[in-house]
Design a protein around this ligand. Structure first.
Ligand SMILES: [Fe+2]
Length: 393
């Protein structure tokens, strides 16, 4: 889904850049943002991407000196926050005979870019339904489209709903329901807007004592949504309440096997239970969810989370997923035996969340509004939704 528009001459779109970086092309990425922004958030490919950091102001102060820090004979792609100062730098380098291209839209485009990848299904499932994982690479955010026949649901959409609408149109399907796994803290949900535009029900749960001012169609624990028609086509989507990361967290089990686990369980860790300022009660709740609700699922359950920490979690098939039986053995938090030890580990593992998270939560609850510009600023950077302190690796 190339949605960023055609890049200008001497420029490369973020989708194309990621494809080339993932393919291991010997590109050099020149990042011209300031030190703080560069340290906080870097563009990453699925294969190591050689990155050189030379701030834009170094080019202004000493053009020759800054340019001399770049390798010769290699294609250079230049990135900045929004694609403006990097355009100037790439022009300047081109004038000096260096093969340079600007990354259109910069890190803002990287943060918004969405890549749909088909989740491989077992024989017998193929043809009955499809699961698409929409990977927002820059943020490590995952949303999903499940399609059966001419019907589809969307789970955890980002706020740029036009991208989801375009994808649904591409598939030739009719949206029947929009679901969020929880009230997100790292990004503003597109769920309410997408549901409203298409006139379909929307569901999210905040938790009993939390004010939610969104138009929500309630979904009970174990409630099922039937998707697709008859004739061997179709699948059931079951809501499974999995409180802990937030009190209202809900996972969705597709076809009895594929678990959209939200921020309850990731591939390498679990969701942080501290974002409501109540790490102990929410941590206890998460422990019981993992030990009871998640533990009772079969080993062959395919866990499809709402977030991941870095590109190493993207599998060879391009999908971020894990077999529950494998995760039981590899995710350290799943091996903690007692509630007390679990809560203690949570207290130890969580770091101060980004300041904007409280604002984003309020927007998602509907208790405040914010301009698209403000939201874009809040959403900069990777998600920090996992309990472990390994999010900026
Ligand atoms: Fe979350």
């Amino acid at each position: 889904m190339e949605t960023e528009g055609s890049p200008a001459v001497g420029a490369v779109g973020i989708g194309e850049l990621l494809k080339r970086a993932d393919g291991g092309e010997p590109l050099v990425l020149l990042d011209v943002r300031n030190d703080e922004d560069f340290e906080r958030w870097k563009l990453e490919g699925r294969k190591p991407l050689e990155t050189i950091h030379v701030p834009y102001f170094d080019f202004l102060e000493d053009e020759e000196g800054a340019a001399s820090r770049l390798p010769r004979g290699r294609e250079i792609v230049v990135v900045c926050a929004t694609g403006d100062s990097s355009a100037m730098v790439s022009e300047l380098l081109s004038e000096k005979g260096l093969p340079a291209k600007n990354v259109s839209g910069g890190m803002a485009a990287y943060g918004a870019h969405l890549e749909p990848v088909a989740v491989p299904l077992a024989r017998g499932e193929t043809g009955r339904f499809e699961i698409w994982q929409l990977n927002r690479r820059g943020k490590g955010c995952l949303s999903y489209v499940v399609r059966a026949g001419d019907e589809a649901i969307v789970v955890d959409p980002s706020r740029d709903v036009a991208r989801y609408e375009a994808f649904l149109d591409e598939l030739g399907v009719r949206l029947v329901q929009v679901l969020d796994t929880h009230v997100h803290a790292d990004h503003v949900s597109g769920g309410p807007e997408l549901a409203k535009k298409r006139g379909v029900p929307y569901f999210v749960a905040a938790g009993e004592d939390i004010e939610l001012r969104k138009d929500v169609t309630p979904l009970a624990d174990r409630a099922e949504i039937r998707l697709g028609g008859g004739g061997g086509v179709g699948v059931q989507v079951q809501a499974v309440k999995t409180p802990g990361h937030t009190p209202g967290s809900t996972s969705y089990l597709v076809g009895g096997k594929y678990l959209f686990s939200g921020d309850t369980l990731f591939i390498k860790s679990v969701g942080r239970p501290d974002l409501g300022g109540q790490v102990v009660p929410w941590g206890r709740s998460l422990f019981h969810t993992l030990k009871e609700r998640i533990a009772s699922l079969p080993d062959d359950t395919v866990v499809l989370p709402a977030h991941y920490a870095d590109a190493s979690e993207i599998g060879p098939d391009g999908v971020v997923s894990g077999r529950l039986g494998d995760l039981r053995a590899s995710v350290p938090e799943l091996q903690i035996a007692t509630e007390e030890a679990f809560v203690e580990a949570m207290r130890r593992e969580v770091s101060e969340p980004p300041a904007a998270y409280a604002d984003i939560i309020r927007v998602n609850l509907g208790t405040t509004e914010a301009s698209p510009e403000k939201i874009a600023e809040w959403e900069l950077g990777k998600n920090e939704c996992a309990a472990k302190g390994r999010r900026h690796s």
